[in-house]
Design a protein around this ligand. Sequence first.
Ligand SMILES: CC(C)(COP(=O)(O)OP(=O)(O)OC[C@H]1O[C@@H](n2cnc3c(N)ncnc32)[C@H](O)[C@@H]1OP(=O)(O)O)[C@@H](O)C(=O)NCCC(=O)NCCS
Length: 362
Amino acid sequence: MPYADITGWGKCVPPAVLTNQDLMTFLDTSDEWISSRSGIKERRISHVSTATLAAMAAKRALAAADLDPADLDLVILGTACPDTLIPNAGSAVQDAIGAVNAAVFDLNAACTGFVYGLSVGTAMIRSGAMKKVLVIGADRIPYFLDYTMRDVSVLFGDGAGAVILEACDEECGLIAERLGCDGDARDILAARDSGTVRERFAGVDGFYDVNFEGQEIFKRAVRGMGEAVTSVLDKAGKSAEEIDLLIPHQANIRIIETLMKRLKTPEEKVVVNIQKYGNTSAATVPIALCEALEEGRVKPGDTLLTAAFGAGLTWGAGLIRWGKRVTPLSECKEDLPPSDKTALELLQPWIEGCQQAVAARG
Ligand SMILES: CC(C)(COP(=O)(O)OP(=O)(O)OC[C@H]1O[C@@H](n2cnc3c(N)ncnc32)[C@H](O)[C@@H]1OP(=O)(O)O)[C@@H](O)C(=O)NCCC(=O)NCCS
């Protein structure tokens, strides 16, 4: 049975930076509160669509693997923020990168979307059905936020990350995983009217009814990710000390620290970039993986542990045995189209729309 080596990786974060100070211009908050409670200093706001971010990350991953997009058998786009529901956003990515021979689907497991996608893509290769798979995590959660809610609207940012999986005979890639979902708690992190449940022609246009119970999510995240990593380590017959690098979902620095404590993982073995990007949902894990590779923190044959949780409440963990190559084979010279707008300018219509909608509701 073939394994699914990770042969390419790429990320795309939009250029506009939204700092904690920017948030203080319209929310009753402070840099001190946001950094001490979440670890976040700044996040990025996109001037392009989810599919455009995803396609750029994908092009960079294809370059790193030196792979012709026409050779891809499958594109999995992990996202909870598709630009359109019909058709899926993955088809726009396929079109943009020229993956003309690939099957394509979106996978919505919210922040766990990349870990779920990695599992599905790996299984397709291991079954022998496919040989080359592109897995992307891309999200724009800030699009859905209620900018009058100071707890939730400081946490998220936009971004995308991608990997290429290729069939290989040596034991590498995702070697064990555990995925799950606590559907009984699906309402505690929700944009309640974000699909066909929304009454057409009624309600306040453009406003999403966001429900966010931070402390309960926090507790469940710690439990879900904790159980998932323990189960994955058991499955693989590994101890936590054998992990070379922990790449956790970046939702809150205190959640990451709790996981580190549980696994007794020292700081130098953990990838943390939440201060720069906030929670980019399905993109946190692949972006963190890319940065770890860029910084030379992944060595050939290393054992990586990843864990994530998100709306649903989905959760999951995966153990990855890295292959031989830790440097890209080539580089993609393209970039996103330029924008002259600041992050606050990009957000302004949504901030005003939310303020007006909340005022109208009394
Ligand atoms: C949201 C979160 C950071 C809040 O941290 P917390 O320590 O639980 O804070 P609390 O909710 O207890 O709020 C404490 C106080 O800070 C206030 N507060 C909330 N957001 C604030 C903000 N941005 N700025 C200043 N004060 C804020 C609250 O109103 C509350 O005030 P009160 O005590 O007067 O009522 C935390 O619960 C969290 O990260 N949860 C997980 C959420 C998550 O990651 N979701 C994504 C899943 S993928």
